[in-house]
Write a protein that binds this ligand. Structure first.
Ligand code: HEM
Length: 295
């Protein structure tokens, strides 16, 4: 039997630099041949690929568990859904190399795929969000990360693959700068100076909203978010991998107040501008396994 493995970049620590490319499908496009071309360029480690429902349905296929990103609304907050066909996460350490790689990928995908967005991201201060808070602390590690993020490799069709939720959040830095240190700590639910959890933080605190063990069943995801910047704007590209999309979605629903009317305090200084789900195929013999798509 062929040995399936996850795209390695999913389980590795976030790289110093990255770029996220999103593509839509040209009208009437036949994406199959381009995806075979893409297979030669995606190694799963430096470049991670995710396929949206738009693309899967254009191929007349279905991936069990891949659904549409939900547009949600809660008291005073909205979470948009902006589905796209294809998502590529270019991980690296050299902006020039990443640019050239983007160009190779984009031309291999043209004209069936149209580049809609290229967003540059980076590691900030050893792994902090641009708000100053350490990000990723409560991520599962080692086997627990595999269990949370990857479909069991023994599973017949989708084994070794993964699902990912991606949102671009834009921070309101002026708002953040007007808050005092204590207020910010209570927004997150952790102290910026030492990353200690604040036990008596309000229910709106982000880490109380999303505490993975507080859900039934427990809702673990592997977050690989990275700060982004463009001119004077910036924020977080939130990226959560899961063996299904369920864990992310219950967290998101609670963040917008759909469980109890309490909105995550993060919305005081940040807003999601995009939101999409993708399926990340497994690797086989060093290449993306596109057999679940009949390719
Ligand atoms: C602007 C957007 C966001 C920022 C700046 C942010 C930042 C943070 C920070 C600083 C932590 C604490 C350290 C850690 O455990 O990583 C955290 C925890 C966490 N965040 Fe976010 N986050 C954002 C959006 C989201 C979204 C949209 C979700 C899911 C829907 C999410 C899910 C989680 C989870 C599951 C944890 C760990 C909770 C636990 O089990 O303790 N975050 N986030």
């Amino acid at each position: 039997m062929m040995q399936h493995s996850p795209q390695a970049g999913i389980l590795l620590p976030v790289p110093p630099l990255a770029r996220y490319l999103s593509f839509s499908l040209a009208p009437g496009a036949h994406p199959g041949a381009h995806l075979r071309g893409l297979r030669e360029l995606v190694d799963g480690q430096n470049t991670v690929a995710g396929f949206g429902r738009v693309l899967i349905t254009a191929l007349n296929e279905e991936i069990a568990g891949l659904r549409d990103f939900p547009a949600l609304a809660g008291p005073g907050v909205a979470v948009p859904a902006t589905p796209t066909a294809l998502w590529l996460w270019l991980r690296g350490e050299d902006r020039g190399e990443i640019l050239h790689r983007s160009r190779r990928l984009t031309s291999a995908l043209a004209p069936a795929f149209k580049l809609d967005e290229a967003c540059d991201a980076f590691l900030f201060d050893g792994g902090r969000d641009l708000s100053g808070y350490q990000d990723g602390t409560e991520n599962p590690v080692a086997q627990e990360a595999i269990d949370a993020a990857i479909v069991d490799v023994q599973e017949p069709v989708l084994g070794g693959s993964s699902f990912v939720a991606v949102q671009r959040w834009q921070h309101d830095f002026s708002r953040l700068e007007r808050m005092g240190e204590n207020e910010r700590d209570l927004v997150v639910g952790r102290r910026r100076v030492d990353n200690q959890e604040i036990d008596d933080a309000p229910e709106s605190a982000h880490v109380k909203r999303t505490a993975q063990e507080s859900f039934t069943p427990e809702a673990f995801v592997v977050r690989r978010s990275m700060p982004w910047a463009d001119g004077m704007h910036g924020g977080l590209i939130f990226v959560a991998f899961g063996r299904s999309l369920e864990a992310f979605e219950v967290q998101l629903r609670r963040m917008v107040g759909m469980d109890d009317g309490i909105v995550d305090a993060l919305f005081k200084f940040s807003r999601p501008e995009t939101g999409a789900y993708f399926w990340c195929p497994a690797m086989v013999n060093g290449r993306l396994d596109l057999s679940p798509l009949g390719l």
